[in-house]
Design a binder for this molecule. Structure first.
Ligand code: BGC
Length: 482
């Protein structure tokens, strides 16, 4: 075959070996990482705290499938704002949904004036209500679950103090503040008849939405632009909530914010490229785990390696070519990497074309081979490291068998991510070989239900139900749930 590894020049073969060493995380290391992860999850729940925030969310039950009612849901994601109206019907575990998407203007993500963000969101909600309910002035107040997928400490379910921006957002004057009154104020200013009743993380929404239709679902994960997980804890296992004197077996969903795992760099096998990404990011020293795994960074890791291999005189890939486009930070996103891994042609024709068209780089066949291997290594490392987090929660909770609901662009679209993650889980948890390959794994990571739509509605419904039942724990405005 033209371009088989044997045809590679010696220096590229050596380089591929070097990259393999650098990016491969073997079973032993996976186990060490997940063991350390368990102790960090514990630390996050303690009074002293640790790197992983382990934020209580005031979601205090799984749904039973019999929730009903109509709710609005708003999801402030990285690329879009999504507004939904969800009706949980009388049929068990069924729902109807209408939704609209609005573009999230790039410049709003780093604006100096946070009011611009809230005003824009209020405008979108205004438009949604007018389209589906008519004149805002004549509509009764609608309850809204706000999926705000950033680390937020919640003393109440209807309040959330943003700890720090993640995923490339950097808007002035929001960190350390309660985001709910900011949105409420913008809504009031425009006369939009909406009240924020619950602030939700996408992982919590994902867990709850998935548990609505599948009672084996115990954990919700997002592998997308950012990465994170939520699971259900018992209050008795959360020392930092001891002062509330709640019964020890009270359930409490925890938004782990595990992107912050190993911020002190004790176990993760960081490369010089990971170090560079962190150094040049808006929040150096934060989100160490996320920066090795999440979609926002995969393309950037890949780009940094290629630039380095070009500049390294001993390797000098793309020799004599102008790599100006490739030098631009964050010019390659994770879909670029997916494209390379998905190239169906043995001569990597699609990758060749993409490099020529998008980067103005003409690749030799050996270079294409290296590019493909590098994409595989980065994608595989992300999937294997992600599995360490899932394994850690399962170990901590002693779950021998369960379902994990996962969502996000990397999970849904990145080639082989699921299979690579499943393989890593098997290695970490020492599962025996299956007698029948079609058999489920003891712990299966499955595509989740819509967390920021249905999940948000369910959380609003669950909260309403417990307020009605007289449980006001973690409710700042009980009147909003009437
Ligand atoms: C955020 C989390 C979120 C995750 C997935 C991270 O950057 O800090 O709150 O759940 O991305 O969207």
């Amino acid at each position: 075959m033209a371009g088989s590894k044997t045809d590679l020049p010696q220096n590229l073969i050596a380089q591929i070996r070097y990259l393999e060493d650098l990016f491969t995380v073997d079973t032993q290391k996976l186990k060490a990482i997940s063991d350390h992860f368990v102790s960090e999850l514990d630390k996050g729940l303690s009074v002293e705290g640790g790197s992983i925030p382990m934020n209580p969310t005031w979601v205090m039950a799984f749904p039973d499938g019999h929730e009903t009612g109509t709710y609005l849901a708003l999801d402030m994601g990285g690329t879009n704002l999504r507004v939904c109206e969800i009706t949980l019907t009388d049929q068990k575990s069924e729902f109807d949904i209408i939704q609209s998407k609005y573009r999230m203007p790039e410049e709003l993500k780093t604006t100096n004036n946070n009011e611009e963000l809230w005003d824009y969101i209020a405008d979108c909600l205004h438009q949604f209500v007018e389209t589906h309910h008519g004149d805002c002035a004549k509509v009764d107040v609608l309850p809204l679950g706000f999926t705000f997928s950033y680390p937020a400490t919640q003393n109440y379910i209807d309040e959330g103090i943003l700890q720090r921006w993640t995923k490339g957002f950097d808007i002035n004057g929001v960190e350390g503040k309660n985001v709910v009154p900011m949105l409420d104020a913008a809504l009031a200013k425009r006369g939009v008849p909406i009240r924020v009743t619950a602030l939700i993380n996408d992982t919590t929404g994902t867990m709850i939405a998935s548990a609505y239709t599948d009672t084996k679902m115990k954990i919700g994960c997002i592998f997308g632009t950012g990465c994170n997980a939520a699971y259900m804890e018992e209050v008795g296992q959360i020392p930092k909530l001891a002062q509330l004197n709640l019964p020890a077996d009270t359930p409490m969903a925890i938004n782990c914010e595990w992107g912050a795992f190993d911020n002190e760099h004790k176990v993760l096998p960081r490369t010089s490229y990971d170090v560079a990404i962190d150094r040049d990011s808006p929040r150096p020293g934060q989100q160490a785990f996320e920066k090795m795994i999440a979609g926002l960074y995969l393309g950037e890791i890949f780009r940094l390696v290629l630039v380095d291999l070009h500049d390294n005189e001993e390797v000098n890939i793309f020799k004599g070519q102008d790599i100006a486009i490739l030098r631009k930070p964050y010019s390659l996103d994770s879909s670029f990497l997916s494209g390379v891994e998905e190239d169906p042609f043995e001569n990597l024709q699609e990758t060749y074309d993409t490099f020529a068209q998008k980067l103005n780089i003409v690749c030799t066949l050996p270079e294409l081979e290296l590019i493909r291997r590098l994409a595989e290594l980065i994608g595989t490392r992300a999937a294997r490291l992600s599995a360490c987090g899932v394994a850690a929660i399962c170990k901590k909770k002693n779950y021998k068998s369960c379902h994990v609901g996962a969502d996000g662009s990397v999970f849904n679209k990145y080639p082989h991510f699921k299979a690579r993650g499943a393989q890593a889980l098997k290695e970490i948890l020492d599962w025996p070989e299956k007698s029948n390959p079609k058999e489920e794994d003891p712990i299966e990571v499955l595509a989740a239900e819509d967390g920021s739509g249905v999940g948000a509605a369910l959380i609003a419904a669950l909260t309403l139900k417990r307020v009605k039942g007289g449980n006001l724990a973690g409710i700042l405005h009980p009147e909003h749930f009437k």
